[in-house]
Ligand binder design. Sequence first.
Ligand SMILES: O=C(O)COP(=O)(O)O
Ligand SMILES: [Mg+2]
Length: 227
Amino acid sequence: MTADPPLVLDIDGTLTRPESWGLDPRVLDPIRDWEAPVVIATGKAFPYPVALCHFAGIPELVVAENGGVVYTGEDVFFTADREAAQAVAERYRGAGYELGWGAEDTVNRWRETEVAINLDQPVEPLREIAAEYGLEVVDTGYAYHVKDADPNKGDGVETIADRVGFDLAESVAVGDSINDVSTFEVVDRSFAVANADRAATEAADEVLEDAHADGTLSVLERVRGSR
Ligand SMILES: O=C(O)COP(=O)(O)O
Ligand SMILES: [Mg+2]
């Protein structure tokens, strides 16, 4: 019982501060010092988790766009096509709605396999249009994601574990929302932070007492050296 277990970490709601955007900087040191692979698995567009790894000083092992983009540190895999999601976004705009991120839209600017819509925009028309294109709308609590139903974070994590050569049966995942359920299913031990939504809470092996980064830091403390 000396090695650290590999980690699969979500970003929003999991590495962030309560009630605001933004990383909790206390997570950076334990992640950097972790003596096993750390996979960042997020709904955010590819550059965001890559930048997080870069600034944390860890290898870039990344599942972005809810599994649509997977980076093993050597190869990038795209598991979905943005075309249909883009068509849904255009129809939604044509019906008089907005994606809700302003003119330059850095939320979608580098997004390659799905489209994200601000939670302050009406979701029902979005769901109706997405259904016409055979796509789903996933509400992460941070954005509505219009995406292919097939790719998910868990599949992406499996691809990375396979390529990097670590054992998911020894790994730990922490997350906060429905888009983390698939990662919970592929690891040994899964934890939902206290602010997690119902889907994540029900799927996790354990629901933490602490919320956001406090919850994640408590897991890191607990599982360090536990493999
Ligand atoms: O992009 C989102 O909506 C949520 O991102 P997350 O998967 O890192 O929590
Ligand atoms: Mg999240």
